[in-house]
Design a protein around this ligand. Structure first.
Ligand SMILES: [Zn+2]
Length: 321
């Protein structure tokens, strides 16, 4: 019996923790969740609390103590485990999280971006299991992504690779919180779908959306999805445009990376074919040399909300697929 490994996914509202067996990490031995606190000191305390909860659960189950911990955080993480920027977590910029946690917990600790963790989990144990060239794109408030190549995460020179959400697809386009304009995630995320839905509502192209949301400015991405599933013409047009934006970015990335599988994650993907079918259709049209080359398949993510925690544990496992 191998020693268990711990994984913690630091989310905006919850810390999701799990303990996995190296022999089958996709099926966690146990899971725990606690609220994410607001500041850096309290977050370190919360991670410590989570580790105690998980170790206690392992002891109760008669398992050995874990000696390794992986942590996924919603921030850019440098190769040495120092947080470079953490827009959603106050006071964490420049925190040497890996070193601090090693010191406090006495465990072997790995830290990475949350999207990278989720991507590794989907590539190793989820929708792209067994594939070594995988692009995982999560459509949420923004766009999270991770690139797996040769079975390992592509980290880049500084650990900051795999952030396609801010590639510019429309010069002088929609303003982005990153300070620039026209970033892919302003068009192809859940937020982007909401922006497109409101545009259509304002221009009178989607009256059903306005009724559903209770007003033009209340239209969100989920209203567009629900209306499109219901077959409303205006919403289907918005969905088609949205699928085009998603596919444009995926086609650009495919030209660079040539993945075997693209895994699409995030709440929107639960909508199923109303999104996936037009994305696949637009992708086939936009990818270069479609008649003469194999293209990646586009698959929905399989691991669900636990992908981040399982992925965090898997960055602390020995690297092989
Ligand atoms: Zn941006």
């Amino acid at each position: 019996v191998s020693r268990p490994v711990l994984g913690i996914d630091v989310g905006g509202t919850k810390l999701l923790g799990c303990a996995v067996d190296a022999a089958d990490p996709s099926d966690p031995l146990l899971e725990r969740r606690i609220d994410t606190p607001a500041d850096a000191d309290a977050l370190l305390e919360a991670i410590e609390t989570m580790v105690r909860l998980l170790q206690g659960g392992l002891a109760d189950a008669g398992r050995a103590e874990a000696t390794g911990l992986g942590v996924g955080v919603p921030a850019l993480v440098a190769l040495d485990g120092v947080l470079c920027s953490a827009t959603h977590l106050a006071g964490l910029a420049d925190l040497p999280l890996r070193a601090v946690l090693r010191e406090r917990l006495g465990l072997v600790v790995q830290v990475d971006n949350d999207a990278n963790c989720a991507a590794l989990a989907e590539a190793r144990f989820g929708a792209a299991q067994g594939q070594r060239e995988v692009l995982v794109v999560t459509l949420g408030t923004g766009i999270g992504a991770g690139i797996v190549t040769g079975g390992r995460l592509l980290r880049g020179a500084h650990g900051l690779a795999g952030e396609p959400g801010h590639m510019v697809v429309v010069p002088d386009g929609r303003a982005c919180p990153c300070g620039r304009r026209g970033c892919w995630e302003r068009y192809a995320s859940g937020t982007g779908l909401g922006l497109s839905g409101r545009d259509a509502a304002r221009e009178g192209r989607a009256p059903g959306l306005v009724t559903r949301a209770g007003g033009v400015e209340q239209v969100r991405g989920e209203h567009v999805v629900d209306a499109a599933i219901g077959g409303e013409a205006g919403a289907l047009v918005v969905m088609e445009e949205f699928a085009g934006w998603v596919a444009l970015g995926l086609a650009n990335l495919t030209n660079i990376l040539d993945p075997a599988v693209i895994v699409l994650g995030g709440g929107l993907v639960d909508a199923g074919d109303v999104l996936l079918a037009p994305v696949r259709e637009a992708f086939d049209r936009l990818a270069v040399g479609t008649s003469a080359r194999p293209l990646p398949t586009i698959e929905p993510a399989r691991l669900g909300p636990l992908a981040g925690a399982v992925g965090a544990a898997s960055i602390a496992l020995p690297a092989e697929v």
